[in-house]
Design a protein around this ligand. Structure first.
Ligand SMILES: C[S@@+](CC[C@H](N)C(=O)[O-])C[C@H]1O[C@@H](n2cnc3c(N)ncnc32)[C@H](O)[C@@H]1O
Length: 250
């Protein structure tokens, strides 16, 4: 399903999410993925505002970022001035064959219109034995509870359409020239926030999460109305999964 989220409009407020949740588990996994490869050429696809590119800037030889949204990229150029950032589509990467040692996505795969086309492109731009990593939710496991799904139930349905189960991602990786695909939990979000605090922190703003942007205006207003009426404590118990794979040699 193509991205229905207008990230140009989201860009000015996007990084606010990292003030409420730094996603330390994601940073730790990313650092392990980069490892001691100061000589590595690394790409992030769907790099957004460059939040993760900024974290790796002193750890790699060259970092590159690609995103569809010009407004997100304007911020990435400031956050990660050494990275070569470019506007483009994940499904048609503008880079030459065998250009990178490592390629990763964080919370982006579910926005790509054609994941299989992207994985084929990721394999093409990676060197043989290069490594791939993607991090995101898997709303198919039934393990997670999230106030967003409770108050905006059509968001859960939408997420089940947008996000692939990690087992499918692994299968598609192996079908597109990768091996040793494996998935683990990268970060466990476990949080309880009173509604009044969430409101203050902008956590229920329409642009705070793509889940609010893929539901109808009516569904969003109805969820907000219920939240205002009930003033609940908002609970999240969510897993972000990381799937790794290595590029086959031919
Ligand atoms: C949720 S943001 C994640 C940004 C960043 N990786 C992060 O974790 O902060 C998803 C990003 O994917 C980008 N995106 C959506 N569809 C895309 C596509 N087909 N090709 C490249 N980027 C895309 C959006 O513009 C947006 O910046």
């Amino acid at each position: 399903m193509p991205s229905t989220v207008n990230y140009d409009a989201v860009a000015p407020a996007y990084d606010r999410r990292y003030e409420t949740n730094r996603l330390d588990g994601v940073e730790a996994v990313l650092r392990r993925f980069i490892g001691k490869s100061e000589c590595a050429d690394v790409a992030e696809v769907g790099c957004g505002t460059g939040h993760w590119l900024a974290k790796i800037r002193n750890l790699v030889r060259r970092a590159a970022g690609l995103d569809l949204s010009a407004e997100m990229l304007d911020r990435a150029r400031i956050a990660a001035p050494d990275a070569l950032v470019v506007r483009g589509r994940a499904e048609q990467l503008p880079w030459t064959t065998g250009r990178f040692d490592l390629l990763y996505c964080v919370n982006a795969l579910h926005h790509f219109g054609n994941v299989e086309a992207f994985l084929a492109e990721a394999r093409r731009v990676l060197r043989p034995h290069g490594a791939f990593m993607t991090i995101g939710l898997d709303p198919h496991t039934n393990l997670d509870t999230w106030w967003i799904y409770d108050y905006f139930p059509t968001a859960r349905q939408a997420d089940r359409g947008r996000y692939l189960p990690t087992s499918t991602i692994r299968g598609q990786l192996e079908a597109h020239g990768f091996m040793d695909a494996a998935t683990t939990v990268a970060h466990h979000v476990s949080a309880s926030v009173p509604f009044a605090t969430a409101l203050e922190r902008g956590m229920v703003d329409r642009c705070a999460a793509s889940q609010f942007m893929v539901v109808s205006d009516t569904a969003y207003e109805e969820g907000l109305r219920r939240l205002r009426a009930e003033q609940p404590v908002l609970h999240a118990d969510l897993r972000l999964y990381v799937t790794f794979a290595r590029a086959l040699s031919s």
